[in-house]
Design a protein around this ligand. Structure first.
Ligand SMILES: [Zn+2]
Length: 155
């Protein structure tokens, strides 16, 4: 479980649009950051999937996609595209963590669904169990991740 951060009010404020990033991290979600984390963690626990396994799989696709230098790279059922931008982003949890602006798009030819994440999204999931608020530009629904990455446990 992610530990409750004593500075959570300030963190919540910084996650709003226009504070640290133009689009923010919360979308139209009215829940607190802690509540979002708890509910996503509960879902993954129910599905029996570890956050570490999700992050490992997503990082692998970013690694594969980098070779395309912005063009799509074929990888099994998937097509992965990595775009690299100038500059850095900072972790909204006051982590003093500087993360490069790199975005990965993963298209799954089987479900015809896509996932879209930044390196900062991966950091937020890996270190803070935070998938971002509903409607946020970089929100990934845990259900979609499990379906697209085939991480769902068989019934
Ligand atoms: Zn952080």
């Amino acid at each position: 479980m992610a530990k409750k951060d004593p500075r959570s009010a300030q963190i919540q404020e910084d996650m709003a649009p226009g504070s640290l990033t133009l689009v923010g991290f919360l979308g139209e979600d009215t829940r607190s950051v802690d509540a979002i984390v708890r509910q996503d963690e509960a879902l993954l626990q129910k599905e029996g999937v570890e956050i570490a396994d999700i992050v490992k799989a997503l990082k692998k696709f970013t690694f594969i996609g980098v070779d395309g230098l912005g063009d799509p790279v074929e990888s099994g059922d998937y097509q992965v595209t990595v775009d690299h931008f100038r500059g850095w982003q900072y972790c909204p949890f006051k982590h003093k963590k500087k993360i490069s602006k790199r975005n990965t798009t993963l298209y799954d030819k089987v479900t015809k669904k896509s996932l879209y994440w930044s390196d900062l999204s991966l950091h937020l999931i890996e270190e803070h169990s935070f998938f971002q608020g509903k409607g946020s530009h970089f929100r990934m629904e845990p259900e979609d991740i499990l379906e697209i990455l085939r991480l769902k446990k068989s019934e």
